[in-house]
Design a protein around this ligand. Structure first.
Ligand code: PMT
Length: 219
């Protein structure tokens, strides 16, 4: 691992889940702990980059020399990401498990228990990484893909559809890797190549991924 791989570069990373409010005391979310994204922020800072970490609600300390911006909802993560990209950055890594949908309305007051069945209507959230990749100040854009089946083919689809430079896929069907685990295993795909990063701690995987990103970015 080279400690000056990203010196002078501004790297932006999204991490953790988002929280989509149903009413003042309830929300929709997912199992992301933020560990993968925080490990990447730490590795990018160690590689010499200036790092902005846009974090959903997680219980993790901020890595050294990392500027952290806390957000809650997908819409907040989207707006913050757009502001940071507008100001200019070199690499954007989307590790966050962004909620694809949010409740169409957030009730002003706690919803009361009533009928046997109630219905929640959801509306699509903006796709952050797709917006970053099509921005006129487009940075080198790296996505993640969490899949439970056909991992590689779904990831290849996301690489193409979202116009990414690179995608890191993890199989989240087991509990030893992916969401909340301290370990991960990735298949990293870019147009014209791929590399397997076998099971290791998220900190080790993060260093390897930052190295790969730095090499591809310089190309
Ligand atoms: O946080 P941990 O507990 O350490 O777990 C790590 C992780 C499993 C969450 C991480 O490794 C991971 O796979 N993150 C992506 C999770 C995900 O929800 O992927 P996706 O296939 O739904 O989304 C694909 C890509 O689009 C991702 O880069 C995601 O950040 C991005 N996206 C998705 C939806 C959206 N509205 N905006 C986005 O930017």
């Amino acid at each position: 691992f080279h400690y000056d791989l990203l010196t002078g570069r501004h790297v932006v990373i999204t991490a953790g889940p988002t929280r989509e409010p149903i009413d003042p005391v309830r929300y929709l979310t997912n199992k992301s702990s933020g560990k993968m994204g925080f490990a990447l922020a730490e590795a990018a800072a160690e590689a010499g980059a200036r790092v902005t970490l846009i974090a959903g609600p997680v219980a993790l300390p901020t890595p050294e020399r990392v500027q952290r911006i806390d957000v809650v909802r997908a819409q907040d993560m989207y707006q913050t990401s757009m502001d940071v990209v507008e100001q200019g950055c070199d690499v954007f890594i989307a590790t966050a498990a962004v909620a694809d949908y949010r409740p169409t309305v957030t009730a002003d007051h706690k919803i009361k228990k009533s009928t046997e069945e109630i219905h929640l209507t959801l509306v699509k959230n903006p796709d952050i990484i797709a917006a970053v990749a099509s921005h006129d100040k487009r940075p080198f854009t790296v996505g993640f893909a969490a899949e439970t089946q056909d991992v590689i083919s779904y990831a290849q689809g996301k690489l193409t559809n979202k116009k990414l430079d690179m995608i890191a896929t993890n199989d989240v069907s087991g509990s030893n890797v992916g969401f909340n685990s301290d370990n991960n295993a990735l298949t990293v795909i870019w147009p014209g190549g791929h590399k397997v990063l076998p099971l290791a701690s998220k900190r080790q995987i993060a260093k390897q991924l930052i190295e790969l990103i730095a090499i591809r970015y310089k190309d």
